[in-house]
Design a protein around this ligand. Structure first.
Ligand SMILES: Nc1ncnc2c1ncn2[C@@H]1O[C@H](COP(=O)(O)OP(=O)(O)OP(=O)(O)O)[C@@H](O)[C@H]1O
Length: 255
């Protein structure tokens, strides 16, 4: 199992991050810095094209920033490659708008996939899927997203909201300390979106998970985050506790 992120340091530290895409006249954002303590739920907001997804992707190291450093706990993940990067990422769960479940496989098998990063051969993979302790843990993860009763269902038969919750259970198989979610509710109907965000919120509370999510839904930022980061005019223009966010600040973010 992956080592957990050191609790002496913030769960995530972003220090002086800047990013400009090739050929773009201006940077997406510059000199972005913030620390996120363990167990905090943080929403990233901003207008279209403000660079929310780019910031999350740089934190995940799916793309590289031009300058600055990203730390998971006390470890700088900037510049890591290959196995070292995979090992650092194994402590973090990623959730995207598209859940990418394998539709012809059962819900349980999809969740089991999340814990199989160590399986280097098909034989190891099959042994892992068959191991009762892994199956028990996968069922526990499904219970955490309130879908234990659907473990035998084919993934392709699920609704969008159920699929996203299975994707969260799949991420939980890694026993992550931190989850990054890029618009996890964007393609869902309002009720399914609320259910997904409630699952995240309960997990953060019950499992002390650090949660960083990008959202277009301001009500999700206010209801499910402890803190709101806002991107505007190529910089981090807002960093406030969600319960102190004023209507004026919010309006200003989208002017
Ligand atoms: N791979 C890329 N190559 C070039 N430009 C990119 C790339 N990805 C994003 N951009 C540009 O960077 C800017 C920020 O994009 P990003 O998707 O991060 O914004 P966002 O705030 O998440 O937007 P939205 O709310 O519309 O999803 C946009 O101008 C976008 O066109």
């Amino acid at each position: 199992m992956p080592a957990s992120i050191s609790k002496t340091f913030p769960a995530l530290r972003v220090s002086g991050l800047s990013k400009r895409f090739d050929g773009a006249a201006a940077p997406v954002w510059s000199d972005v810095s913030f620390d996120i303590p363990h167990g905090q739920r943080v929403a990233i907001i901003g207008g279209n094209g403000a660079g929310k997804s780019t910031l999350l992707r740089c934190c995940m190291r799916l793309i590289d920033a031009d300058s600055g450093i990203v730390y998971f706990g006390d470890q700088s993940v900037t510049g890591l490659r290959g196995n070292a990067l995979s090992k650092a990422r194994s402590r973090v769960g990623f959730i995207f708008q598209k859940h990418n479940l394998v539709s012809r496989l059962s819900v349980l098998t999809n969740v089991l996939h999340g814990g199989m990063a160590w399986a280097r051969t098909p034989r190891m993979w099959f042994q892992g899927v068959a191991a009762s302790e892994h199956r028990d843990y996968a069922l526990h993860c499904l219970d955490q997203v309130k879908l234990g009763h659907l473990s035998k269902r084919q993934a392709g038969e699920l609704s969008g909201g159920q699929s996203q919750r299975v994707a969260i259970a799949r991420a939980l198989m890694q026993k992550p300390s931190m989850i990054f979610a890029d618009e996890p509710a964007a393609s869902l109907d309002p009720q399914a979106g609320e259910d997904v965000m409630q699952v995240f919120s309960d997990l953060a509370r019950d499992e002390s998970l650090t949660l960083v999510f990008v959202t277009h839904h301001l009500e999700h930022a206010l209801r499910y985050a402890d803190r709101v980061l806002g991107l505007q005019d190529s910089r981090l223009s807002l960093d406030v506790p969600s319960n102190s966010l004023s209507a004026q600040q919010l309006r200003g973010m989208y002017e």
